[in-house]
Design a protein around this ligand. Structure first.
Ligand code: SR1
Length: 355
């Protein structure tokens, strides 16, 4: 009733303003920015260094869904782990002169100069998981310092600060370096948490290669009772190795990232995989595309854009009968659509594109 009344009032107000010369778009504060108002669609190229695993494909699905809703034409250049190839692809992307480029991963050394060049040429550039010292380039991430903090806080509480731990991480990759920072704080704060060894390498099949490495480490460090993995490709290798060795009862795995596959592994009988800290990469991909679109429209989405991660335990999945990502987002809505980088005109564009 109240809502009907409000609707009537806004229709009346819109009519009055129309008569005195304003467009309905202005009335609702939803002017379509010039870049999106022409006949030519906005073009964005997504340049990715990494494509391995469910996180990366779900992230890309999120990017694509947001682009479609905003009526953006987009394509992907995928370097499949090869940084030199990524640099070539970034050069190619710039030479195509799109309206925007969304870069993910790649070291600052490899990509900064090209990104600066793109910005100088008037191309809007945003990054996911790439550090770029340029105030005009927004950096999107999953608040990785917090990811390291939350997973280690959980380990410290669950183990009462006593653990013999194998640490799986790969330094030199921005999100993994940030997670390592807060991990190190916990080793300092809880001296009963002892790191037996650190392992992890980025390869063409990271999960399978980690499994092989973990099989050897489980033999070498028989006192291990905790594995911390800062990327789920590392965690999957560890979980399979622990399972193969019949050590599920003795070793618990705490990790980062969630996907349908990870949920299934965590739910298995006697799974050693106890918890993850994660965002929904679909949502994170949508944020990436919105931030790039906002830049193209001349908006200021901010320099540091942190998508908030959540702790998801095996117990939570079992207690809530969560068997896949959709059910997880239903049970834990904080993982769902983020309120980051929404602008009024986007809703109007979406309305037009989804008609
Ligand atoms: C090799 S970097 C892997 C990480 O990128 C994303 O931030 C995911 O969370 C994944 O853990």
């Amino acid at each position: 009733m109240f809502r009907n009344k409000l609707n009537l009032i806004s229709v009346f107000a819109a009519l009055v303003l129309l008569v005195i010369g304003f467009s309905p778009a202005t009335v609702q504060g939803q002017d379509i920015p010039e870049a999106f108002a022409g006949d030519e669609p906005v073009e964005i190229i997504v340049v990715r260094q990494l494509a391995d695993g469910a996180f990366m494909s779900r992230y890309l699905a999120g990017v694509g869904s947001m682009a479609e809703e905003l009526g953006i034409e987009w394509k992907e250049f995928n370097a499949r782990g090869d940084e030199a190839e990524m640099v070539t692809q970034l050069e190619n992307a710039i030479s195509e002169q799109p309206d925007g480029i969304l870069v993910s991963h790649g070291s600052s050394e490899a990509v900064t100069q090209l990104i600066n060049q793109a910005v100088e040429q008037g191309i809007a550039v945003a990054t996911f998981d790439t550090i770029v010292d340029n105030p005009a380039v927004p950096e999107i991430e999953q608040d990785d310092l917090r990811i390291g903090y939350e997973i280690m806080k959980h380990v410290a509480l669950e183990t009462r600060g006593e653990a013999n731990l194998i640490y799986l991480n790969i330094l030199g990759i921005p999100p993994l370096d940030k997670r390592d920072r807060t991990y190190q704080d916990f080793l300092w704060r809880y001296p009963g948490i002892s790191e037996l060894t650190m392992a992890g390498a980025l390869t063409e099949s990271t999960a399978a290669d980690t499994q092989t490495r973990m099989e050897a480490l489980l033999g070498e460090f028989q006192e291990v009772d905790v594995v911390v993995a800062m990327w789920d490709e590392l965690a999957k290798g560890a979980v399979r190795a622990i399972d193969q060795a019949g050590l599920n009862e003795f070793v618990d795995v705490y990790a980062v990232d969630v996907s349908d596959e990870n949920i299934a592994l965590m739910r298995e009988d006697d799974s050693p995989w106890e918890a993850v800290v994660a965002t929904d990469p679909f949502n994170t991909g949508r944020v990436g595309m919105r931030v790039t679109a906002a830049l193209i429209a001349g908006e200021d989405p901010g320099k540091f854009i942190l998508v908030e991660p959540q702790l998801i335990t095996r117990d939570f999945l079992l207690e809530n009968n969560v068997t896949n990502m959709d059910e997880l987002v239903g049970a834990l809505p904080a993982l769902g659509e983020s309120d980051i980088a929404w602008f009024d005109w986007m809703y109007r564009l979406m309305g037009e594109n989804m008609e």
